[in-house]
Write a protein that binds this ligand. Structure first.
Ligand code: ZN
Length: 60
């Protein structure tokens, strides 16, 4: 209970990394000082780099 500091939810970090969502000021501030959350963002960036580009016009 209480106001224990929690990590930024992974889904929010994903949205931030993929550019589809913004972090709240609180979450952004947390990210600046939290190595664990930063490493998660690094992993997400790595995943995004490996994803093939979305190309709707491409038909097999
Ligand atoms: Zn954190």
């Amino acid at each position: 209970m209480g106001t224990e500091k929690q990590h930024v939810p992974a889904i929010e970090l994903w949205g931030y990394t993929s550019g589809t969502a913004n972090l709240t000021d609180d979450h952004f501030e947390h990210l600046l000082f939290c190595i664990e959350c930063q490493s998660l963002v690094d992993e997400f960036i790595d995943v995004l780099d490996r994803l093939p580009p979305i190309n709707p016009g491409q038909a097999a």
